[in-house]
Design a protein around this ligand. Structure first.
Ligand SMILES: C[S@@+](CC[C@H](N)C(=O)[O-])C[C@H]1O[C@@H](n2cnc3c(N)ncnc32)[C@H](O)[C@@H]1O
Length: 235
């Protein structure tokens, strides 16, 4: 297991920042996170009524985006192993009256039958799972043949000039601002860039998805390659 992603550490870290998590997502991404989630849902190509699972759902923003897009007939489930994050997500589900069920579950042991969903998605979550390959395999397991696994994740921009400018923000300013506003005692916003830099790049992540049994893996770059959406089809 990678020490950076020890489950107790990750769960405690997200519990600590949960109250300010949404605010900081919007602030630190200059509100780009809404567009990234919309692009992820579009890439998943689900139809109204299709059962969709969003793992590592946190406060549920990607699950909520699925429900808004697929409409009142949608059947969206979101899971996360950090209960305080899920509790905040449930408040948003009630407030917005969306057909989303959120539950506490480990992405490495999903409590669903093989092939239960048309699509399984994960937003900024798989990087935090202790075993990337096992997490992807578990997502693929619960998707039916012909269904999709969609991964939204931070990555390293390819353009060296832009990368330099971006890293000044991502490695220096973002941790300062994030830890200050969230009050994180676990340096959660220092962990963010460290975990992104040690995570597989777009090509390696695509290969990991293939190793998890997915095919036709395609990669979309968003916001000058800060973020990618990977989509794979279960044969
Ligand atoms: C950066 S947040 C992403 C939340 C949300 N998907 C979003 O787009 O804002 C990562 C989430 O992954 C969850 N997580 C990490 N490892 C997990 C695991 N093994 N099982 C379930 N959730 C996990 C954390 O609890 C946290 O809520």
């Amino acid at each position: 297991m990678q020490p950076l992603q020890r489950p107790e550490r990750i769960r405690g870290m997200f519990a600590g920042i949960a109250p300010r998590y949404d605010l900081l997502n919007h602030l630190l991404s200059a509100n780009r996170d809404h567009g990234w989630r919309r692009a992820t849902v579009a890439a998943g190509e689900a139809r109204p009524g299709d059962p969709v699972l969003d793992v590592c759902t946190g406060t549920g923003d990607l699950a909520l985006e699925w429900a808004r897009t697929l409409g009142p007939r949608s059947a969206v489930v979101g899971t996360d192993f950090c209960e305080p994050m899920v509790r905040l997500g449930r408040e948003k589900v009630l407030r917005d009256r969306l057909p989303v069920r959120l539950g506490v579950a480990d992405t490495l042991r999903l409590p669903f039958a093989d092939g239960a969903f048309a699509v399984a998605s994960v937003g900024f979550g798989i990087r935090n799972v202790a075993d990337l390959g096992a997490g992807l395999r578990e997502m693929a397991r619960v998707v039916r043949p012909g269904g999709r696994v969609v991964v939204l994740e931070f990555t390293r921009p390819a353009n060296p000039l832009f990368r330099f400018v971006y890293y000044v923000y991502f490695l220096l300013l973002l941790p300062l601002l994030g830890n200050l506003v969230s009050g994180s005692r676990e340096n959660a916003y220092g962990y963010l860039p460290r975990s992104v830099l040690s995570f597989p790049d777009r090509g390696r992540l695509a290969r990991k998805m293939e190793e998890a049994g997915l095919r036709q893996v395609r990669v979309l770059d968003l916001s000058l390659g800060i973020v990618t959406v990977h989509v794979g089809v279960k044969p």
